[in-house]
Design a protein around this ligand. Structure first.
Ligand SMILES: Cc1ncc(COP(=O)(O)O)c(C=O)c1O
Length: 373
């Protein structure tokens, strides 16, 4: 079985120890170093099950975090305000329409509680990303799960038809997790315009920056132009900052006030500084998008060469029909040193595999040939 460096070995190889990062005089030496790309799971296996992006954080974001360490005795209010203004400028709206969160997950939880409260019912695709729906259920709300269509995309007409007087929110994940499929841009925007006149619509765009046409597909313009729409983004995917926990959402100002009241986290200086640097590093995002696309296309081609069907996935992962119970497939891949995504019922013979580093993908392709060949 093949193993890669675990995190401790990687920190050692990079010349970084926890003690070193805490000692200010050594910072300039650290700052000069370019850290190697992130290692895989602590288990030493290739971790391709969490949709992380191992190409990040950008070196500019790493330098910003290192520089922030020595200033960590200060509360980061001014820096947070700067990040907020940068995000608002990016989205073309007042800061009052932006909510920052500890990952977009914190915002999904807050929205789930807000819209699930008082027995509110959430309409969501099946299968899809469940964090918001599960938060709504914890708050006493309900869920109406609408099956994906034959291409494993959101079935927007069926979701519109599912709206009832009990509906408190329609939740769309674009691209969808786990299938990676995107909604047709014109159809989705028309859906959002029409539906948001009746009930609020939440578009989770966690993976949208990985796609071929972010600007043409985003629905943020509808959120900033007065529609009852929330658009959520994360720094965990294209920016490769999953461990930093940073996300934001754009929404009507009144709703932003309500959601902020339900949030308890506060951002660290290092996270804020990394986010600010990342937003300014468009060249890094462009390069990362190209690497993710190359990895996704090679993995899709590998699956197809083995006779396996794939969706038209656009995130940093591929969704393939293995033709066998996914639990067996997961166990066989693990035995070959690769951790792949969990079962996503009702699609129990499909598997989700994240795009990793080129050397990780080499191991993954070899494992696929052995397990599915
Ligand atoms: C569709 C989707 N939305 C949101 C998230 C939450 O990400 P984070 O809390 O890291 O921003 C994830 C995480 O994988 C996701 O897949």
């Amino acid at each position: 079985m093949t193993t890669l460096l675990n995190r401790r070995q990687w920190l050692k190889a990079a010349g970084v120890t926890l003690a070193a990062t805490a000692v200010a005089p050594r910072l300039s030496r650290l700052e000069a170093a370019t850290l190697p790309a992130a290692p895989s799971a602590t288990s030493g296996l290739v971790q391709l099950s969490w949709n992380e992006n191992p190409f990040g954080p950008a070196p500019s974001a790493q330098r910003a975090m290192i520089a922030a360490v020595a200033r960590s005795c200060r509360y980061p209010d001014d820096e947070e305000q700067t990040l907020l203004e940068m995000v608002a400028a990016r989205e073309g709206c007042p800061t009052g329409q932006i909510v920052l969160g500890n990952g977009s997950g914190e915002i999904l939880d807050a929205a789930g509680f807000h819209f699930g409260y008082d027995k509110g019912e959430i309409i969501a695709a099946n299968p899809s990303y469940m964090q918001l729906v599960e938060a709504a259920q914890r708050a006493g709300g309900g869920a109406v799960r609408v099956p994906l269509n034959a291409r494993l995309e959101h079935d927007l007409p069926a979701m519109a038809a599912a709206i009832s007087p009990r509906t408190s929110l329609v939740y769309i994940v674009n691209p969808n997790n786990p299938t990676g499929t995107v909604c047709d841009a014109a159809e989705l925007k028309e859906f959002v315009r029409t539906v948001s006149a009746r009930v609020p619509v939440f578009i989770d765009e966690a993976y949208l920056e990985c796609t071929d046409d972010f600007a043409g597909r985003t629905c943020a313009g509808l959120a900033t132009s007065g529609h009852n729409v929330v658009v959520a983004r994360t720094f965990s995917k294209i920016f490769g900052m999953a461990g930093c926990r940073l996300g934001y959402a754009v929404m009507p100002e009144k709703l932003a006030v309500s959601l902020r009241a339900r949030m308890t986290g506060s951002l660290s200086l290092t996270t804020i500084m990394a986010g600010t640097a990342s937003l300014g590093d468009t060249a890094y995002v462009t390069a990362t998008r190209a690497k993710i696309k190359a990895g996704r296309e090679a993995l899709t081609a590998q699956a197809k060469a083995l006779g396996k069907e794939c969706t038209a996935a656009q995130g940093n992962f591929v969704f393939m029909r293995t033709g066998r119970p996914v639990k067996d497939f997961i166990a066989r891949m693990r035995a070959e040193g690769v951790i792949v995504g969990r079962p996503f019922p009702p699609l129990t013979d499909w598997a989700r595999i994240t795009v990793g580093l080129p050397e990780e993908m080499e191991i993954c392709h070899r494992a696929l040939r052995k397990v599915l060949g």
